[in-house]
Unconditional design. Sequence first.
Length: 115
Amino acid sequence: VLLVESGGGLVQPGGSLRLSCVASGFAFSGYVMRWYRQAPGKERELVATITSTGDITDYADSVKGRFTISRDNAKNTVYLQMNSLKPEDTAVYLCYAPLLGSKGWGQGTQVTVSS
């Protein structure tokens, strides 16, 4: 099992980023996928969830209307489009396959929102 995130970086407030998470080693198209984030000194926070077919999504209140989770099962990839970014969105963003338990985490990608 391997999940590899990319797309993070430094962005100014109000800017956008698109994160990607490429999965391998399991039947990706059958799995619910999630994005989490963890800021320094804070607990890991669930950001967004998408069902295996992509027909249902759910978001934390803090990102609703700004972030969009999507997936391409043909590419074994889940995305997180982040718009109108705020300094409080600064964190390491990780993708997660809940059914895989502790093996279902990627290594994370750093997002820094700062002027």
